[in-house]
Design a protein around this ligand. Structure first.
Ligand code: PGA
Length: 254
């Protein structure tokens, strides 16, 4: 890892696990983290809503942070089935994912909706992990740069700071497929994201914002991806569901 930013290794558990699974995964990670006295990375796990309280207990006293996968932009009110950012902060969350491609696709979330969610997260003193990334069709049509630019412009609240914002570049076609872009392709998109952030937020603030790569990151490819100049960590789905794989990815930052 050659950036001045401290790497963030983020686990997105998606819709997986019952209470016993979440508790045991969180406590295995807590044990591993305890022995990592000089960790060179930050770690966060984002369980489904139902597991957040139990995982918070299992992580108590550990350096591993807690996150959630989504929230409603409103503070409270008549939104059946939704969860507000304030409720997540109340449970001890420090991070909330906003605009994951599965939300954008399955729940038709627009850039504006993602921006509103990210702003709600920031207003509660947490950091939004804002996801962007092109579909396979867009990549094949040489539209990756345009898509990433417009998603960034539309989804990142202004102002945003290094403390309350993380960007995750996740090519949609790489999520859960075992396929990844080449390291050169990842680096060129991350460099573009950094340039765009600098233009939008100023050099000082943007210099501290971490830009994660996500999409089929696993122990076998993590070291090469995390070593890229503008990659500041990973957003990991499938491989975050076992302590062994998730920890091996974190160890690739060392
Ligand atoms: P994956 O998911 O690691 O299973 O590809 C990443 C993500 O969707 O955040």
């Amino acid at each position: 890892m050659s950036t001045p930013r401290r790497p963030l290794i983020a686990g997105n558990w998606k819709m997986n696990g019952l209470r016993a699974d979440g508790e045991s995964l969180a406590s295995d990670l807590t044990d591993l983290m305890k022995n990592e006295t000089d960790a060179v990375f930050d770690m966060v796990v984002c369980p489904p809503f139902t597991l957040i309280a139990a995982v918070a207990d299992a992580l108590a006293g550990s350096a591993i942070a807690l996150g959630a996968q989504d929230c409603h932009p409103a503070e409270k009110g008549a939104h059946t089935g939704d969860v507000s950012a304030a409720m997540l902060a109340d449970l001890g969350c420090d991070f909330v994912i906003a605009g994951h491609s599965e939300r954008r696709t399955n729940h038709f979330e627009s850039d504006a909706a993602v921006q509103a969610k990210a702003a709600a997260v920031q207003a509660q003193g947490m950091a939004a992990i804002i996801c962007i990334g092109e579909t396979e069709e867009q990549r094949d049509g040489a539209m990756t740069f345009d898509v990433v630019k417009s998603q960034l412009a539309g989804s990142v609240p202004k102002p945003s700071t290094a403390a309350n914002t993380v960007i995750a570049y996740e090519p949609v076609w790489a999520i859960g497929t075992g396929r990844t872009p080449s390291t050169d392709e990842v680096q060129e998109v991350h460099a573009l994201i950094r340039t765009e952030l600098t233009a939008a937020l100023g050099a000082e603030e943007s210099a501290g914002i971490r830009v994660l790569y996500g999409g089929s990151m696993k122990p076998e490819n993590a070291r090469d991806l995390l070593a890229l100049e503008d990659v500041d960590g990973g957003l990991i789905g499938g491989a975050s569901l076992t302590a062994e794989n998730f920890w091996a990815i974190a160890q690739s930052c060392v």
